[in-house]
Write a protein that binds this ligand. Structure first.
Ligand SMILES: [Zn+2]
Length: 468
């Protein structure tokens, strides 16, 4: 098969942290961009995280990050190899993904809602308590360990590579408070700090999906699967696409686990299946469902995407037929399709909501924002087990790679990733739930970087006094 069907994730715990340190460091320092995802012990009051005032959201979120813990962090390092000048644009990446299990050494809150979700999804608290790599929150302390997740984050900052997140505000606040230094009291200072911490830019794949790419939904699993499917189709037609290679991990390396992400065999078949498999509409639109794992309807993104594309193709055929009034030639297949769609409508499902037209795309967006608000975050941020943070980071990085291929315009020789692909308009814009504008990461005339950040960055640039 021409495309990847399984993804290696390196499982990092306190027992192999030192052994894997050099590998992680090389992956980080040679990366073209790095995708990150966190799993958290809770998010606090959901309503407060979605209040109209973005400044207030930041203040609540900062409080949450001071009292909750990061249970695991996923890092997926994407290194762009040489691009072949001939033929269609092919972006060849080498990808290394790490899932770090962590254990906060200070008291922290675990919320029942998160706990239930974690247990439902096979999270093993025994493993976390016995093998989690220890860390503490806030400012540096005397005698910091030289090989720790805090130091790894410092290396990430010093590497000055673009940071890729999906729905990244919560991640940014937790990353700063958990592995960098005490958060500033205002959003303005926080944004100024971020613009200095990540000068190569922060990209939010949810934001790019909602504002620049038409997709019926924008939760991570969906965006990834759609990107992966589209990429495979483009590859088969020799259109611009992304290719991935993974390091040849030796078979005896017990800490490497493979996540299966095979595409369905039917993907490239020209004859489409006309079978209707009922799927969960709630999950299909938002990636969350109150019934969770007990939902009787399908949450399989392939089934969801197949049906969406099928309904869309159906509508297009209907529009085309209307244009050709009087032309009565219709094949049997179309009749069958028509019949099945109307059955679907009788079931009470709103088939129009999955069409990929302009109005629906923006409707879907606001709908997602207002109806699920916090829960979108809740699920995305509390899923753990099966190395979810690592695989989620990989999915985010891969989605970004395909977006670069689709939206970027390759230009000349430059070391800067953002300039090389002319991605300036996509950088430093973070998704805001319930808003039709993104949060811009920039230093404003009214807000200065915080003193904590300035002192920290100086230590990182001019010698680590805190590590002596
Ligand atoms: Zn469901």
């Amino acid at each position: 098969m021409a495309w990847f069907s399984r993804v290696p994730v390196v499982d990092v715990t306190k027992d192999n942290f030192k052994e894997l340190w050099p590998t992680m460091l090389v992956a980080l320092k040679t990366a073209t961009f790095i995708a990150v995802d966190l799993e958290l012990s809770g998010l606090g009051n959901r309503r407060k995280l979605n209040t109209p005032s973005v400044d207030d959201r930041y203040k609540s979120l900062a409080g949450v990050a001071r009292s909750r813990a990061v249970l695991s962090i996923g890092l997926s390092c994407f290194k762009l190899n040489n691009i072949d000048e001939d033929g269609p644009l092919v972006l060849p990446f080498t990808t290394q993904t790490f899932n770090l299990t962590l254990l906060c050494s200070e008291e922290y809150v675990v919320e029942p809602i998160s706990l239930k979700f974690l247990v439902d999804h096979g999270f093993d608290f025994n493993v976390q308590y016995s093998q989690g790599a220890p860390y503490h929150r806030g400012a540096d302390q005397n005698g910091e360990a030289p090989q720790s997740v805090r130091q790894l984050f410092s290396e990430l900052v010093c590497s000055r590579v673009p940071l890729i997140l999906h729905n990244g505000l919560v991640d940014l606040v937790f990353l700063s408070q958990s592995f960098y230094t005490e958060l500033p009291s205002t959003l303005g200072s926080f944004l100024a700090d971020l613009s200095e911490m990540f000068p190569a830019g922060i990209f939010d794949t949810k934001c790019i999906t909602d504002f620049h790419i038409r997709m019926p939904a924008s939760y991570l699993e969906y965006v990834f699967r759609r990107s992966q499917r589209e990429n495979a189709v483009h590859q088969s037609k020799e259109q611009p696409h992304v290719t991935l290679t993974f390091p040849p991990y030796p078979p005896h390396m017990a800490c490497v686990e493979f996540r299966d992400c095979c595409l369905p065999d039917t993907l490239l078949n020209t004859t489409q299946s006309t079978m209707v498999i009922p799927y969960c509409e709630q999950y299909g639109a938002h990636g969350t469902c109150p019934k969770g794992v007990k939902c009787p309807l399908s949450h399989d993104p392939d089934i969801i995407i197949d049906q969406e594309d099928w309904v869309k193709a159906k509508k297009k055929r209907r529009r085309d037929r209307k244009k050709k009034k009087g032309n009565k030639i219709e094949d049997e297949g179309q009749d069958k399709t028509e019949h099945l769609v109307s059955m679907e409508t009788h079931d009470g499902r709103d088939v129009t909501s999955v069409d990929g037209t302009d109005s629906v795309s923006s409707d879907g967006q606001t709908h997602t924002d207002q109806s699920d608000g916090g829960t979108d975050n809740v699920v995305a941020k509390t899923r753990v087990g099966c190395h979810r943070a690592g695989f989620d980071a990989f999915m985010t990085g891969f989605a970004m790679a395909t977006m670069v291929c689709k939206l970027g315009k390759l230009c000349g020789e430059t070391d800067s990733f953002t300039t090389k692909f002319q991605l300036e308009e996509f950088a430093n814009r973070i998704y805001l739930s319930g808003k039709d504008f993104p949060l811009q990461i920039a230093r404003s005339a009214f807000a200065k970087p915080s003193n904590n950040h300035k002192a920290k960055l100086q230590r990182l640039q001019f010698g680590g006094t805190s590590y002596q």
